[in-house]
Design a protein around this ligand. Structure first.
Ligand code: ADP
Ligand code: MG
Length: 313
């Protein structure tokens, strides 16, 4: 069964000119341009942990690649290649076909070639590596935020967490929110546009405050977020602020970019993002030297979430 599945994958996998050797040999051969650094990221999706058990195969495929491309976006890299390790309970061709619809649909949008992988029998699990390119010295890192910098976030955080909360409560899930949980859009063009403007950047996978905390730890700074500045989508705006703030500040799975930039770059950041058409960004707070991440209500009182963000262990 393994060989049939690999043939199915190979027959549909897109390639690129810089793939010297793709699926079918012992390893792939990829041509890295002489003036670029290779950027490599890996993320795993486990059934029941990273997606609800009823998730459609095409959505699992999309998300498996999206979360990896999101890591490249957060580095300001241009995506190029990926590999795919599939662990499947049985050799269901229908699952693989649906999975590939989502996975390869997203790959085609960003000109990413699937160049290899591994196919095994076991509990449903998907591991992807994404490979991208960046000019030397241009990658966005978690370190680099300085006191006085603005904190920005792209898009509207909280939608995915709101969808997950409804699912877990057994309630009807708003379609617009569910799409944001199942089909996150990696902010690749936005990430590339921020090179040279942002002082630090991360993608929001575990929750805004938790991921901003990673920027602060790497940069040796703190931050304060104004809750009333968190942009809410139309679907999320229907919830009272006190109800949606925990989703927006601590919910995971948004895959928006959280980044910092000096106030002198405000106009340039807005213009660079507008030019991409990928995502707008909102200023939500300020970097300080406190060493911790805080959030404030509109009346200035500090707000502490019940949980800072998703942790596996
Ligand atoms: P090996 O035993 O040498 O690891 P495999 O049978 O695992 O070979 O894989 C054969 C070829 O198919 C390799 O080029 C591998 O990269 C590719 N491949 C296997 N599984 C996948 C997959 N899920 N997605 C993409 N390529 C795959
Ligand atoms: Mg193998």
């Amino acid at each position: 069964m393994e060989f049939d599945l690999i043939a199915r994958i190979r027959d549909r996998a897109p390639s690129r000119d810089d793939v010297v050797l793709g699926i079918g040999d012992d390893a792939a051969l990829l041509q890295v341009p002489p003036d670029r650094q290779l950027v490599v990221a890996m993320d795993t999706l486990n059934a029941g942990v990273h997606f609800p058990p009823d998730t459609a195969p095409a959505d699992i495929g999309w998300k498996a690649l999206a979360v990896n491309l999101s890591d490249l976006a957060a580095m300001g890299a241009e995506p190029a290649w990926c590999t795919l390790s599939l662990s499947l309970p049985s050799g269901q061709a229908a699952f693989v076909d649906g999975f590939l619809d989502g996975f390869l649909g997203l790959a085609a949008r960003h000109r990413v070639a699937l160049v290899g992988g591994d196919t095994t029998r076991g509990p449903l699990s998907v591991c992807v590596t994404a490979h991208g390119l960046v000019a030397p010295g241009r990658a966005l890192r978690r370190a680099g935020a300085a006191p006085g910098d603005d904190v920005w976030v792209t898009g509207t955080p909280g939608d995915a967490a709101a969808a997950l909360a409804a699912l877990q409560a057994g309630a009807a899930v708003d379609r617009a929110l569910r799409v944001r949980l199942d089909r996150p859009e990696p902010r690749l063009a936005a990430g590339r546009a921020l090179a040279g403007l942002a002082s630090a950047c991360i993608d929001v996978s575990d929750g805004l405050l938790a991921d901003l905390g990673h920027i602060c730890a790497a940069s040796g700074v703190g931050a304060c977020i104004e809750l009333d500045r968190l942009p809410a989508s139309p679907a999320l705006s229907r919830f009272k602020p006190e109800l949606r703030w925990p989703w927006q500040a601590t919910g995971g799975d948004d895959y928006e970019l959280c980044f910092t930039a000096p106030p002198a770059h405000r106009d340039a950041v807005a213009a660079a993002l507008a030019a991409t058409g990928d995502a707008t960004a909102t200023r939500i707070g300020t970097i300080d030297s406190s060493g911790e991440v805080r959030a404030r209500r509109p009346d200035g009182t500090s707000w502490a979430p019940a949980m800072q963000g998703f942790r596996h262990f």
